[in-house]
Ligand binder design. Structure first.
Ligand SMILES: Cc1cc2nc3c(=O)[nH]c(=O)nc-3n(C[C@H](O)[C@H](O)[C@H](O)COP(=O)(O)OP(=O)(O)OC[C@H]3O[C@@H](n4cnc5c(N)ncnc54)[C@H](O)[C@@H]3O)c2cc1C
Length: 395
């Protein structure tokens, strides 16, 4: 029986571990944290992410927790439309999922054939010619035919195999929260709770997860919002951060003020936005009879402006699982590298263009900024949506 060790029990690691186990692999997952616990936020999955989850055999689990996200368009902070809302065909409609629901579905997908060891911080990787790949935490070494590095942006394995890829700040910070349904603000009829507003250096996106337990909606329900602002994360306590957000977004269209007012500081998740620059030179490293691959944020951490990080992690997992079913192990590792690196590089390029638009600041750039928001943004969003809609898992 072929064996794999997956480092990291985030959404990338969990999805690939379940897929390999279902194909008959013996899988061990090593996770640094004492418990496998996602952030109490949500994630938008574009059609490529949804297709990848279906290819991984997780479609039924997803259908039970996903809420379709109708196109709410994009507005300027003064209320003008930058991108008008339009009805989307089903195969281009993204969904929004509570991360805790998603984790539950991914854990359920592990079945009982995956060994999950928590409290293990991988510090070493063996990738010598002629030897089986292995990872270790300084006390134990775990050997396998395949090592999957799904250990996130600060991946220790990537640091050793592709040291050229540096983690850098993207120059912005993000705040997220899910407001439970019972605390959601009541808005005038016809006023949607979801949508996107884009200003220079600032962005606010909200989406409804539906009522708790409502049919077809996330079992956790509520309203998800994410705010991005140029600059560093704030050192103040969450109450002060919320007050700051209210000040930054004062005067922005409804429902932003109402959502910030309804947010409990304890539910606020703040994060520095970071990315890999440059990307690793390779995502697959054939080693002895097997190899090591990079997957998810370990391979292509990027700013969240196009909501593609998790979607690409699922694409990675679906692609790897399909290639491993079709080919010999070292060939599959090389094919994974050939297929995934250009795909991730293309999405990262689109994301960086969006970062440039978002971060245009300063008086001199005012006119260029407004032109970019009004013309470049719709083009970029359209290209990104088209590329998300077009991706198909390998057959
Ligand atoms: C504000 C924000 C909003 C976002 N919104 C979206 C969105 O709407 N749609 C979307 O597709 N993406 C979105 N993303 C991106 C998405 O969250 C990530 O791309 C995704 O979570 C990456 O998953 P991962 O499993 O690769 O890494 P992670 O989730 O970081 O998991 C890595 C795991 O490895 C473990 N680990 C780390 N080091 C070690 C070690 N040495 N040994 C053992 N275990 C280790 C960690 O504890 C963790 O459990 C967003 C990101 C941000 C910051």
């Amino acid at each position: 029986m072929r064996s794999a060790v997956v480092v990291g029990a985030g959404i990338g690691g969990l999805s690939v571990a379940g897929a390999l186990a279902r194909s008959g692999w013996q899988v061990t997952v090593l996770e640094r944290a004492d418990r496998v616990r996602p952030e109490p936020t949500a994630v938008v999955l574009w059609p490529n992410g949804v297709r990848a989850l279906r290819a991984l055999g997780l479609g039924a689990g997803l259908d039970a927790i996903a809420t379709p996200l109708p196109d709410g368009g994009v507005r300027h902070p003064d209320g003008r439309w930058l991108v008008q809302p339009r009805p989307l065909p089903a195969d281009r409609t993204p969904v929004v999922v509570h991360r805790e629901d998603l984790h539950d579905a991914l854990i359920a997908g592990l079945g009982d054939r995956v060994e999950l060891r928590t409290g293990v911080t991988v510090r070493t990787v063996r990738a010598e010619p002629g030897e089986r790949p292995a990872v270790g935490d300084g006390r134990q070494t775990v050997e396998a035919d395949l090592v999957v590095a799904a250990d996130g942006t600060d991946s220790e394995i990537r640091r050793r195999l592709a040291p050229e890829a540096a983690v850098v700040s993207s120059g912005s910070a993000a705040w997220r929260a899910v407001i439970p349904w019972y605390r959601a603000p009541r808005l005038p009829a016809g006023q949607p709770l979801g949508g996107e507003v884009l200003g220079a250096g600032y962005r606010f996106v909200s989406a409804s997860l539906g009522e708790r337990g409502s049919s077809g909606g996330s079992s956790r329900g509520g309203i998800y919002w994410v705010a991005t602002a140029a600059g560093a994360p704030r050192p103040e306590p969450p109450e002060t951060q919320l007050a700051l957000l209210r000040r930054w977004y004062a005067g922005w269209p409804t429902p932003i003020g109402e959502l910030l007012d309804a947010t409990d500081p304890a539910d606020l998740v703040q994060q520095e936005v970071r990315e890999l620059r440059p990307l690793p030179r390779a995502y697959g490293f054939p080693v002895g009879p097997g190899g090591v691959v990079l997957l998810g944020d370990a391979a292509h951490a990027m700013p969240p402006h196009l909501g593609q990080g998790a979607c690409l992690a699922f694409e990675d997992a679906a692609t790897l699982a399909a290639l491993l079913r079709e080919s010999r192990l070292p060939d599959a590792v090389q094919a994974y590298d050939r297929v995934r690196r250009p795909r991730a590089a293309a999405v990262v390029r689109q994301t960086r263009r969006m970062s440039a638009v978002l971060q245009t600041r300063g008086r001199l750039a005012l006119r260029a900024r407004d032109a970019a928001l009004g013309t470049l943004t719709p083009r970029l969003l359209n290209t990104a949506a088209t590329s998300a809609a077009q991706w198909r898992p390998p057959t």
